[in-house]
Design a binder for this molecule. Structure first.
Ligand code: HPA
Length: 280
């Protein structure tokens, strides 16, 4: 049977977090590779290392710290997850998404997710962000869906709707901010794979055929669970590399991190602008 968490376990973590802060943030952000810098801008920050939270899985990947940062950013109370968890690290989708359950019990209403992604859409120039308009949870569709196991009615229904996984009003705010800031913001469908291998050219052509614009190894599990419990989601991918459909060039973690560095100032500027305007 899949490992699942009880409401008591989830509430124990939520209480541990709430006991250390005196605000009630409505916005949570999951920061992808390299974007941890954003959490350095949080004022009145309370930092909680993951290893101080019962059951909380630890980040094992370079570029991902492992703490929650709670405080104010751009006039909003925020809870930042600095360092995300991935399926390829060996965690189950239920473990990866435990934080989302905790967020919901803490009263979070909006989840902002960011990630690094390969550009399948061949018009995408690496170094620019993409607003995620929809997702293909290839990982979850094929089996390990984070909602597998007994349904927790306290959070949502057995068969949740995913027709508007990414919130259109929040997406509109992102588009307006990008335009005002003169930042190129692509729009497209993000496909989540298990990783850790990068894709073969045949896999990339397959992903292109099924309608994916960007590919990565995270996000869909968290968004699935967020939607199950009714959180509104805004997702932004940083396009770090161009998917090579003919195998003439190879993706690498180094390239992802290198381009990520160029993307960080843009993503940070955009996210800060968006944050100011989030309806909370
Ligand atoms: N494939 C999968 N995940 C990624 C990529 C990629 O090309 N780039 C950044 N994350």
């Amino acid at each position: 049977m899949t490992k699942t968490y009880t409401l008591e376990q989830i509430d124990k973590i939520a209480n541990e977090i709430q006991g250390r802060i005196d605000i009630h943030p409505k916005i949570a952000m999951i920061l992808g590779s390299g974007l941890g810098k954003l959490s350095e801008l949080v004022s009145n920050a309370v930092v909680i290392p993951y290893n101080e939270l019962p059951e909380w899985p630890l980040s094992t990947v370079e570029g991902h710290a492992g703490n929650l940062v709670i405080g104010q950013l751009e006039g909003q109370d925020v809870l930042i997850m600095n360092g995300r968890l991935h399926y390829y690290e060996g965690y189950s989708p239920q473990q990866i998404t435990l934080p989302i359950r905790v967020f919901q019990r803490l009263g979070i209403e909006i989840l902002v997710v960011t990630n690094a992604a390969g550009g399948i859409n061949q018009t995408f120039v690496p170094g620019n962000p993409m607003l995620i308009t929809d997702q293909i949870n290839l990982l979850g569709m094929a089996g390990p869906n984070p909602l597998r196991g007994p349904n927790m009615e306290e959070f949502g229904p057995r068969f949740p709707d995913m027709s508007q996984a990414y919130d259109r009003e929040l997406g509109q705010i992102a588009k307006e901010e990008a335009q005002e800031m003169d930042i190129t913001l692509y729009e497209g469908v993000y496909v989540s794979l298990a990783g850790p291998t990068f894709e073969t050219p045949a896999e990339l052509r397959f992903l292109q055929t099924i309608g994916a614009d960007a590919v990565g190894m995270s996000t869909a599990p968290e968004v699935t669970v967020a939607r199950h419990s009714g959180l509104r989601v805004l997702g932004i991918s940083g396009i770090t590399n161009k998917a090579s459909l003919d195998g003439e060039s190879a993706a690498s973690h180094e390239e992802v991190m290198e381009t990520g560095k160029r993307l960080i100032p843009k993503m940070m500027k955009l996210l800060r602008g968006i944050l100011k305007r989030l309806p909370c």
